[in-house]
Design a protein around this ligand. Structure first.
Ligand SMILES: Nc1nc2c(ncn2[C@@H]2O[C@H](COP(=O)(O)OP(=O)(O)OP(=O)(O)O)[C@@H](O)[C@H]2O)c(=O)[nH]1
Ligand SMILES: [Mg+2]
Length: 254
């Protein structure tokens, strides 16, 4: 029986996926004494702030593909993801053999190229076969969350990712150290009534978003959103508590 918990870091370009993966792996090793296996699936990465145990670039490198096929950076990334979609067995094998408690998986900077292609559901299916638990950490850049509507957008995106990937999705707000709106970043994001009340006041789309949020919260497994700074290694304990609650079936997540 596989006994690994796999956390897949997804999120828009530059949101801090790789830095957070690095910070969380160090935290897990130091504070929990966990054995961590780090997987890089970013075929176009030029620099990654951790030493990967499995690096997809050894097999599929977007820069090499660009040269060989005469493609631009986007075309090469798409092509590399399509090649990976046919070779998910390499990733599955590596994770199966990993002697680890936690597997942390980094994904390409351009989230849409990963999420919208065949590769994402295929990778998640493969990871599920060799892990006890799998969840996706939706890494958000705290700098860009400025309004209640932005928070509604994140919640809707999280549910969309859940539907697409077939696993629980935990949104995490990164770059808390430079987040511009600490009021919104604070506990407010966990206060259902306050968010919907503020949305209702903001016109036609606000009313629509508030109604969507009512439904989302009805089905939400957790309303807590970890706020972290990967750069300063802050908020990692809360992040881990939420990851643990999702994977241990211990009930209340609010
Ligand atoms: N201030 C601050 N900067 C951060 C934090 N986390 C990441 N960064 C910076 O944000 C930039 C992008 O970080 P990455 O970890 O490369 O982000 P990514 O999502 O992996 O980026 P791509 O894979 O290129 O899309 C880097 O300059 C990081 O140093 C944070 O918590 N606070
Ligand atoms: Mg990265």
């Amino acid at each position: 029986m596989p006994n690994k918990t796999t956390v897949v870091f997804v999120g828009s370009a530059g949101s801090g996926k790789s830095t957070l993966l690095s910070a969380y792996s160090m935290w897990l090793e130091k504070e929990v004494g966990a054995r961590v296996y780090k997987v890089n699936l970013d075929t176009a990465a030029e620099y990654i702030p951790y030493v990967p145990d499995f690096d997809v670039r050894v097999y599929i490198d977007a820069h090499r593909i660009a040269k060989e096929l005469g493609l631009g950076p986007n075309g090469a990334l798409v092509k590399s993801m399509d090649i990976l979609a046919e070779r998910v067995d390499i990733v599955e094998d590596a994770i199966r053999k990993a002697d680890a408690d936690f597997v942390l998986v980094d994904t390409p900077g351009q989230m849409e190229v990963f999420i919208f292609r065949d590769v994402a559901p295929k990778i998640f299916e493969a990871i599920k076969r060799v892990s006890k638990d799998v969840l996706a950490l939706f890494v958000l850049d705290g700098e860009v969350i400025k309004r209640f509507e932005d928070y509604a957008f994140i919640s809707i995106m999280s549910v969309a990712l859940q539907a697409r990937l077939g696993v629980d999705v935990v949104p995490a707000i990164n770059k808390y150290d430079i987040a511009p709106n600490l009021e919104l970043m604070g506990d407010v994001v966990s206060d259902v009534d306050l968010v919907t009340e503020r949305l209702r006041k903001s016109g036609l789309y606000g009313e629509m978003l508030a109604k969507i949020m009512d439904i989302l919260w009805l089905y939400a497994k957790a309303t807590r959103v970890p706020k972290v700074s990967a750069k300063n290694m802050q908020g990692l304990e809360e992040l881990h508590r939420i990851v643990h609650e999702f994977t241990c079936s211990c009930g209340d997540l609010t």
